[in-house]
Each structure stands twice: as structure tokens, then as C-alpha cells.
Design a protein around this ligand. Sequence first.
Ligand code: HEM
Length: 455
Amino acid sequence: MTATAQVADPQAHPLAPWVTLPWLQRLRAVTAYHTGAERIRDVSGPVALIKLGPRRITPVAAMVTSPQGARDVLAGTDAAIDKEMIVHVESRLHGDNVFNMAHEQWLPRRRALQPLFTKQHVATFSGHMAGAAEELAASWASGRQVDLDQDCRTLTLRVIGRSIFGLELGERAGQLGPHITRILLYPSRRALRPVRVPAALPTPARWRFRKSMAVIHQVVEEALTAFRADPSRDAPLVRRLVQTTDPATGQPLTDKAIRDELITFLVAGHDTTATTLTYALWALGHHTQMQDRVAAEASALGPRMLTVDDVPHLSYTVQVIHEALRLCPPAAAIGRLAMTDIVVDGFRIPAGTNLIVGTYALHRDPALWDDPQRFDPDRFAAHRSKGRNRWQYLPFGAGPRSCIGDHFAMLEATLGLATLVRAVEICSIDDEFPLALPFTMTAGGPIPATVHHRA
Ligand code: HEM
């Protein structure tokens, strides 16, 4: 076991303050944890304890909204702060996977999967990424209205399907979308309730969840069956999982373990990036000059398909993606459980506390960002980023459990945005970007825009 970031003696620090809002407002702040974290920070400061019921039924939560607090929670490399929070426990209804496993079980799985997601390796997927974006742009009829959210989901499902599953999934986006949302929503709603009925109780919601899980199981089963039938198939994630051994048994992973892992990548690997692209396109659809800069940067590379080697020439496009991730971080909050007493930004947090790092609140904190509500990609220009605290901007999390797909997502979003904006001019229709929290933060409804092909 390696060293932890926690070196301070918790007993030498004061207990974090309790949030004093009325019960209903506390509940609302925890369930709407994007804006709720801002409210708690404004009322009770950057580290605050929230009680929603008797401790043996509803564990205390701590909302953490300072860079130092985020560092104290996320940087540890041992199991003192682990993924045993109620959200992780409930998400095991999907099966055990690299996202929700506790430290001991997680470490070998992460090591096994990491090589697929290095910057060098994800570069091999760039043809799928740019190709799928070209297909989407070509499918848009000039002058027509489109739903950016639906179309970006189709795009990212297509990319993840072709890149790591060896499946064509884009055409099935409309059919799979509601099932994916439902399998995310059910455990996360359960986790956010102050009191839960036993998971095995046959409620209508449970029945619908199981029905949707069956649909998603069919997709991952298809990927596994196809790979077993033809092991030369281009399905790198399936191949890697089939070749991985379980450190507990020394045996290959069971088919169930492989399917459970594939489900996480299917879900985590597409709706996050879809939301990022949707938000970036919607924002550019309101800011013509910024959109023209992205179009000019991409057009300067010529009409051919963009590749990974073009990324160094797409620096403004990358800034736009960073700004989209700042204002609309798909992981609006990051959860952990304090397994022992710990210190967070100078305060003692007792063992057993659910820790919530409020990414959305950090990204919009007026004490950390100039004019934080403004969409301003230039804030990520090199000269303006200099000296910024690394822990105030956490779209992909941080520390050992940061996103394994960060390079994949950034490459996909960069090539996707540049390809789409080079091909079409986007004009957003709605002034507001509605947000929903099925688990990650997504668009809360269609995002209409009109598209016009550029000359
Ligand atoms: C813009 C897109 C994305 C965003 C904003 C995002 C964000 C995040 C964040 C914040 C975490 C850390 C969660 C925590 O600490 O509890 C995470 C973990 C994870 N992400 Fe992503 N993600 C994105 C895309 C992807 C993609 C494309 C994949 C797969 C291809 C992926 C797979 C995962 C997995 C498997 C984990 C769990 C890692 C672990 O615990 O070892 N994500 N993601």
C-alpha cells in the first residue's frame, strides 16, 4: 500500500461546521448537487456537514467546495478515503466495475485496463472519431433544425462502439438512450434518498430498471459473443478483458465480470462526452465570433479528415472544450467515503461520512474565476491559465481514480467539434441549456439548433 495524502492528525482539528439550512433545503441541496453545492458553500463555507436523518439510517454527508478540500479528498492513494459511498454501493446494482470497486479490488483492474487509454493508444481511435463526426455533419440537411443532444449521443455511441466494442451502435442510439438513462437513474435516485426500501423489493421502478438492464446486457453480450466467435475482431476493450486474470483466483475473468465491466464503459464512455460536445456546440451557436475562430482553425487544415496530428493546431477548439467542461462538468460532483477520521481543508471529518466534492461549484466559484458565469474559452489560453490552482478545475476528477477515459474524451471532443464546425454553421435556438442529473450531469431536454452547411 502506498502513502496517503492525509498526514495531519484529525483530532487536532475542529469538526467541520454543520449546515444550518432547514431540512427540506438541505435535502434539495444534496439531491440537486450541482447548484446545491454552491448554496451550501455560500451558507456554510467550503467544508460543511449535512445531516438528513438519524445517523444509523442516513449517513452524514460533507460538501467540499474548495481546491484544498478537493485535494484532501481525491489525492490519497490508499483506502483511507474509498469508493464505498452510498452512490457506489447502489451503483453495484450494475455489477462490480472499475468505477465502483473499492480500492483493493480496483487497483489490479485499473492496471489491466490503463494501457488501452494512454494518450498514445487512444490516438489509434482518431479515425473512428473524426469519421463519425464527418458522417454526422453529412447527415444534417442545410437549413434544418436538429437536436444537438440526440445527435451528439448518436455520435459518441458510434465512436465508443467502433473504437473499443467492435459494434455498430450509432443507429441504436435512439433505442438504447432511454434504457441507459434508466439504469443510471435508478441507483442514483436510491442513493440520494434519505431512506431506502431494500433493493430486492419488487417495486415498479425496480422492475423497469431490470428490464432496461436486460436490454443493455444484450448489447454487451453481443460484443462478447462476437469476439469469442472471431478473436481477430477489432474490439480492444473486449480483448483486454478476456485476457485479464482475476487476481483473487488467478483465473480469467468470468463472463459476468466482463459484461459488468463492459456496461460501465458503454455508459461512462459516451454520455459524458456527448454532453460536452452538445454544450460546446450550443455555446458556439450563441457566439458567432468564437464559432468562426473554431471554423477558421479547422478549415486551415484543409478539407481532409482530421487526425490526431492536427490537435496541436486546434488549440482554440481545445480551449472551447475546456470551457464547456468548466461550465457543464458531466461529473458535477465526485463522491467518496471517509473510512477513518480525516482532515479536509483544516476541518475534521468523522469516519463514515459521505464526501461530496462539488465540481460544478468549484468551476463557478467567483472567488476562483473572473466572471465565472461567462462562456469565455480564452480563459484557458496558456498565459491566462498560468498559476491557476490545479485543484479548482476537475472535469476528469483527480488523483488515482481520475477518469481513465480523459484522453479518449478530449480527443473525441476536439476532433468532433472541429469537424462539425468546419462543415456547418450552428445557430442555437434556446437561450438556456437545461440540466438534468440522472447520474452524471446531462442536457435536461432537446437542445435545438439550426445548421447551415458552409460554402
Ligand atoms: C467528457 C467526458 C468525460 C468526463 C467529464 C468524465 C469524468 C470522469 C470523472 C470526473 C471521473 C472520476 C470519478 C471519481 O473520481 O469518482 C471518471 C471516472 C471514470 N471514467 Fe470518465 N469521463 C469522461 C469520459 C469517459 C470516457 C470516454 C470513458 C471510457 C472510454 C470514461 C470512463 C471512466 C471510468 C471507467 C471511470 C472510473 C475510473 C476509476 O475509478 O478508475 N470516461 N470520469
